[in-house]
Design a binder for this molecule. Structure first.
Ligand SMILES: Cc1ncc(COP(=O)(O)O)c(C=O)c1O
Length: 398
């Protein structure tokens, strides 16, 4: 009897929470910057699992690291010392302005930990200050506290009342930030380059002003590097593009090249968490950390940061050329391999749909905005091909 093909869309609609508007495609495997669906069709992947698959799909160094670690030990918890966890901790601390690290499982969890650290810092070092100021249109995660930190009211409304202690100010508006800082402020939290809002960088001047404001007021600066960190902007951390150093850094997404992981890092002077304050059963799991070590070593040894800068510049230049030949693109933004363009008409979702037909995976961050956060290994030829497919998809959507 011929095997009947499972209807995955049907299963999802019957059993899964109604949380996702999924694209109508089932990916079966991936290799490099390409994904392949259940009919063998190939797609050039410019989403990379939402900025996660920094080494692309099925990279041999990640596969080998996971396989070797899985044969030895999957999990013990952090009640005991763990070789991969501590090796990755050392690697990251040696390449960051921070002194201590804690591993979690996701970006939201990394930010949640950083927010707890800021609250404890405020309680013990700043007369009980507890408030965290964040930036409008930011995105920091889906747990209650990280949602409250996220400067987008559309995400708050279904779950109100939100946890107390958050304030939002417009991006790059230093006067507003100055006004918002008070005796209650424990920390300012921001993405050096906002990702989910559609690739919006802060200005250098603003970030330097914020750094000084924090220093003058004993307020912590937390940089959420979940999306803009790990080489994507052309430097290891996104904030390095602007010449500032935060007190606290959060990481996730690409850190283990595709396995779940998150981390928050802090300078010694504000690493105030003590035994009992925080924990995570799976955080810093040996397999995820082994993948993390492999991903980070490859990132460094193969100059993927340099490639992110070169490929990102190529994207911006080539989409810029499209702007001349294809009316409808209003703006292109890019910092390394965080690239987005805006369209005059609200056709971003349609561009994504046409992209799937044409064999390119794109992501709409708003009705008029298409974002690209591909693997950092993407080649110049692949960028050229991708821009051709974007052009075709844009034309079909217009
Ligand atoms: C800047 C930023 N912070 C936090 C998060 C949340 O990460 P996660 O989905 O791993 O919880 C995201 C996710 O897109 C993000 O872009």
């Amino acid at each position: 009897m011929p095997a009947t093909k499972t209807n995955w869309a049907d299963l999802e609609s019957r059993y899964y929470m109604r949380t996702f508007n999924r694209q109508p495609v089932v990916f079966e495997r991936g290799e490099g910057c390409y994904l392949y669906d259940d009919e063998g069709k190939s797609y050039l992947d410019l989403v990379g699992g939402i900025a996660v698959n920094i080494l692309g799909h099925a990279h041999p160094v990640i596969v080998e690291a996971i396989t070797e670690q899985a044969k030895k030990l999957l999990h013990t918890s952090s009640l005991y010392y763990s070789e991969p966890q501590l090796e990755l901790a050392e690697w990251l601390i040696q390449r960051s302005p921070a002194d201590r690290i804690f591993f979690a499982n996701s970006g939201a969890e990394a930010n949640e930990g950083a927010l707890k650290l800021a609250r404890k810092y405020g309680k013990t070092r700043r007369n009980g200050a507890y408030e965290v100021i964040t930036i409008e249109h930011s995105f920091h995660g889906r747990t209650l506290a990280t949602l409250a930190a996220t400067g987008q009211s559309k995400y708050h409304e279904p779950f109100a009342p939100m946890p107390d202690g958050f304030q939002y100010v417009p991006m790059n508006d230093f006067a507003a930030m100055q006004q918002a800082v008070s005796a209650k402020t424990a920390a300012i939290m921001l993405e050096a380059v906002q990702g989910e809002s559609g690739v919006h960088p802060h200005t250098r001047e603003y970030l330097h002003q914020i750094r000084k404001l924090c220093d003058d007021n004993n307020v912590l600066l937390i940089c959420d590097e979940v999306q803009c960190g790990l080489g994507r902007t052309g430097t290891f951390y996104g904030f390095e593009q602007f010449g500032i150093e935060p007190d606290v850094i959060t990481l996730a997404k690409g850190l283990a090249g595709g396995l779940p992981i998150g981390a928050f890092l802090a300078k010694e002077r504000c690493a105030v968490l003590e035994p009992g304050d925080h924990g995570s059963t799976m955080g810093g799991n040996p397999v995820c950390c082994a993948a993390g070590i492999a991903a980070m070593k490859y990132l460094e040894s193969h100059d993927l940061m340099g490639n992110a800068k070169r490929a990102g510049d190529q994207f911006v230049a080539e989409i810029g050329n499209l702007k001349a030949s294809l009316p409808g693109i209003t703006e292109i933004r890019g910092v390394g391999l965080m690239v987005a363009f805006d369209t005059e008409q609200p056709i971003a979702a349609e561009i994504v749909k046409q992209g799937l037909k044409n064999g390119v995976i794109l992501n709409a961050t708003g009705p008029n905005t298409v974002r690209m956060v591909p693997p950092l290994i993407i080649s110049s030829g692949e960028v050229e091909k991708a821009v051709g497919l974007v052009a075709e998809s844009l034309q079909a959507a217009s």
